[in-house]
Design a protein around this ligand. Structure first.
Ligand code: NAI
Length: 800
């Protein structure tokens, strides 16, 4: 792989500053330069301001505050020489070709030979950017188009041309995928590349049709979102999110560079409503509001939507349309219904799908590049060609139907649509996905061995085990993968049962190890509290006790299994999901993993070993800290400083995390919290998590020995007294509610070791028993039941 350790970024605006943060999160050193503003007292002012914004950004752009130390700032007049040490230079200045080209000349004078220079331009093709530049510059210049926000949006559109050195395309793809965690889509050198070209067409047409057909923004967003696998922001919510002021800028550039016969010219119009909104500061969420705004009247906050005809705001209406529910069965039902909203969806989606299908081979070589770009760049669940296939019925392919609709609308049928004819763009063949690549031609969609999904392993295979909430799959080379299939991947007795059966199967059939992971956005939201509330409501306390026991013994079986267990997480890993990370031999997680023990929010404490395991982890961390201090002490004074571990700081930390239901904002933070070990692997690319977990499992398998049980030395009452003082202070300051106090005291009892003292060693089972007893006591209180009920009803914790 290409060696890039230091990157220069020029432009510290919206994109430049966030790209810098992402590069620093990926462990790279970064130089950030911007221009010197006229008359500025501080010549690095713009880059300095960007650093300040990075620290405060919400959602956070840094995965850990310390990453900012990797960034060196300066300005392009005084510090351009800093680029000499960079292997890659990213230009992210204003979308103005002259500004960019002037800058390239400066960069070319100082950059090191063979360093890669790339532009983050949204619309301008390479050939226009590099015209007249030196040959070496042209050989090293590409486009790397990040999507906003770069930390969270996985798409990276990459444009290389035949002017480039041959190896650049593959090398930069590998670097971007592995180190930056991006999903790379290769685009041809055409204006707007893929995602924004389709996205701009789609949004502009939706705006135009909504105005023409008098469709409200709420209805437009409802019909254009869920039925098509589009995020619920739809079109208008999305424009508010990205900034309405950006629309005319992108459109201007697209109109300038797209050929005259491109259909975008036909749909674009400068709508007075939008111009007026921009002029009056209604540019979306970053401004006073946009197509939606939040109207505040005292304590009351109300969402309002703009009337596209009058420009006036009125309370946003909830949209309940039967046709949207029916579209779940087949989205064609929505497009063919007589309702006005359906007609609107039809008039937007048919031309959009046709427009997208024309982009192969114009903007991309393959249809899956187009689909991937829309999935990763716009969060569509299905790309345009996948959507066309979804329009199929038993008797007619989606493409054949779309061809008919194009003709009805007076549009030429796109070549790909005619070519696929009565067939589909995708179909499964055994374990492969076949992708349409020309008349009667399909190719196998490649699956890299470092980036497979569980779906890739499941295709054409049968599970080894399965029940209503989980399944077990053979993922090759002697490794099995346990997948949750319950609602939101919550944990219930059936999941626990399948874990037990999986452990037995791995032992009996001599598999090498087990990974626990899935393809969902969220690894696991924790225990199914519906089941818990049900048993509590009928006062089936024995059953509750049994579930806790079953959970504890299952998690202990995972921890002490005679083979390696590796948890592969991303997104939320809460409560029981977090406990799974804690009980594995190793974890491989995506950087975007949000994990914590959040049980207090529903009036209970972690009961499946979360408290015990956090104590074990923090005891080890303390021991390590103390040994380091002792080693230093010996070095300087020849006296050993510590013989026994002082557990109080460890207990206080664990108490703080659990009592406040703290959730990590990244995997890096989860390490600091002790949920992940230093040795656990953080992966930047979500798609690589399972493959890395399997590799870790295989690495641990030879001569694997289960861990030895730990003992804990907990101080008992003295620790509890200290924790109680803290609780009282919180209560006095109004930061703890009455039931927070009850729950925190129960937690303090467990974490201090109950009625023990520092001279005694407690076994894990003894602490687990304390956990179970506290859990049972809390669940029987009306206030905890009220918390559980509230969470199920409104999805938020009750502060009682
Ligand atoms: P911005 O307006 O937030 O920042 C532009 C930056 O360029 C500022 O830091 C400014 O000081 C600097 N700049 C202006 N004139 C300069 C000059 N003569 N020399 C050096 N620096 C100069 O713009 P934004 O949104 O960050 O866009 C930057 C690039 O990224 C553009 O090419 C844009 O098309 C592209 N882009 C923007 C996205 C977005 O959502 N904003 C998304 C993807 C790409």
């Amino acid at each position: 792989m290409i060696t890039i350790t230091k990157v220069g970024v020029i432009g510290s605006g919206i994109m430049g500053s966030q790209i810098v943060a992402h590069l620093a999160n990926a462990g790279l050193d970064v130089v950030l330069l911007d221009m010197v503003p006229e008359g500025a007292a501080q010549r690095d002012q713009l880059a300095l301001q960007a650093l300040e914004r990075m620290k405060k950004a919400n959602p956070a752009v840094l995965t850990h505050p310390r990453n900012i130390k990797r960034i060196t700032i300066g300005n392009i007049e005084d510090d351009i020489e800093l680029l000499k040490s960079c292997q890659w230079i990213v230009e992210a200045v204003v979308e103005d070709i002259e500004v960019k080209r002037t800058l390239y000349k400066k960069i070319d004078r100082v950059r090191r030979p063979n360093s890669i220079v790339s532009s983050n331009t949204s619309t301008i093709p390479v050939k226009a950017l590099v015209e007249g530049m030196t040959k070496p510059f042209q050989q090293d210049f590409i486009i790397t188009h990040f999507f906003n926000p770069p930390r969270y949006m996985p798409l990276l559109e990459m444009v290389t041309t035949n002017r480039n050195r041959k190896e650049i395309e593959a090398e930069m793809e590998e670097f971007a995928e592995k180190i930056l965690g991006k999903g790379v889509v290769h685009c041809k050198d055409t204006p707007g590349f893929i995602a924004n070209r389709i996205g701009s067409f789609w949004m502009t047409l939706a705006l135009r049709k909504a105005i023409e057909m008098d469709i409200s923004v709420e209805v437009a967003d409802a019909v254009l979102s869920k039925p098509f696998g589009v995020p619920k922001t739809g079109v208008f919510g999305l424009m508010d999110l990205v900034g309405i002021d950006l629309m005319p800028k992108i459109a201007k550039s697209l109109l300038e560079y797209l050929p005259d016969n491109d259909h975008f010219h036909r749909v674009y119009e400068n709508f007075p409503l939008v111009t007026n909104m921009i002029e009056t500061g209604y540019i979306g969420r970053k401004g006073k509001g946009g197509f939606y705004r939040l109207h505040t009247d005292g304590d009351i906050k109300e969402k309002e939507a703009v009337n596209l005809q009058t420009g006036e705001y009125a309370p946003a209406k909830k949209v309940n349309m039967e046709i949207i529910d029916q579209a779940k069965k087949n989205v064609r039902l929505l497009l063919t219904s007589d309702e006005k909203a359906s007609r609107f969806a039809y008039e937007v989606m048919i031309p959009t799908l046709a427009y997208a299908s024309r982009l192969v081979p114009e903007a991309a070589d393959s249809i899956d590049a187009i689909d991937k770009a829309m999935r990763l760049g716009y969060n569509w669940k299905w790309g345009p060609f996948q959507l066309i296939d979804k329009l199929s019925t038993d008797t007619q392919s989606g493409a054949a139907w779309l061809a008919e609709q194009c003709t009805l609308l007076g549009m030429a049928v796109p070549e790909n649509i005619s070519a696929v004819g009565t067939g589909h763009f995708y179909h499964d063949e055994g374990r492969d996905i076949m992708v349409f690549s020309g008349p009667e031609q399909y190719h196998v969609q490649p699956v890299p061995d470092y980036g497979w999904t569980l779906a890739d392993k499941k295709r054409g295979a049968k599970p080894l085990l399965k029940n209503g909430s989980a399944s077990l799959w053979d993922v090759g080379d002697g490794v099995v993968c346990l997948e949750f299939t319950s609602k939101m991947n919550s944990l219930d007795p059936m999941v626990l049962e399948l874990i037990q059966k999986s452990i037995a199967l791995v032992k009996d059939q001599q598999y090498k190890g087990l990974i626990i992971g899935n393809d969902s956005d969220n690894f696991c939201v924790g225990a199914n509290i519906g089941v818990l509330l049900f048993t509590a409501n009928v006062a089936a306390w024995k059953m509750v006790d049994d579930v806790i026991k079953q959970g504890q013994s299952t998690y202990q079986s995972l921890k002490y299994a005679p083979f390696p267990v590796v948890t592969a997480a991303s997104g939320m890993a809460l409560g029981g999901g977090c406990e799974m990370l804690l009980h594995s031999d190793a974890a491989v997680v995506h950087m975007e993993t949000y994990t914590g023990l959040v049980e207090v929010g529903v009036g209970i404490i972690p009961g499946w070993g979360g408290c015990t395991e956090m104590l074990v982890r923090h005891q080890k961390m303390r021991l390590k800290e103390q040994s380091t201090a002792a080693a230093l002490g010996r070095m300087f004074s020849r006296i050993s400083l510590v013989k026994t571990v002082n557990m109080m700081p460890a207990i206080t930390k664990v108490f703080e995390y659990i009592a406040t239901a703290k959730v990590s904002t990244s995997a890096e933070e989860a390490k600091e919290m002790g949920i992940l070990r230093d040795s656990d692997k953080i992966v930047m690319n979500r798609q690589h998590v399972l493959a890395e977990a399997k590799a870790k499992c295989l690495a641990l398998a030879p001569n694997y020995k289960a861990p030895e049980p730990d003992t804990l030395s907990l101080p008992g009452k003295t620790a509890r007294t200290a924790l109680h003082m803290g609780i009282q202070q919180f209560e006095r300051r109004g930061k703890a509610t009455p039931h927070d106090v009850v729950v925190s005291k129960a937690l303090a009892y467990v974490l201090s070791g109950g009625d023990t003292d520092i001279t005694k060693q407690l076994s894990e089972q003894q602490v687990l028993d304390l956990e179970r007893a506290a859990f049972l006591e809390l669940i029987q209180t009306p206030a905890s039941l009220a918390r559980l009920e509230h969470m199920l009803d409104v999805g938020k914790p009750l502060r009682n």
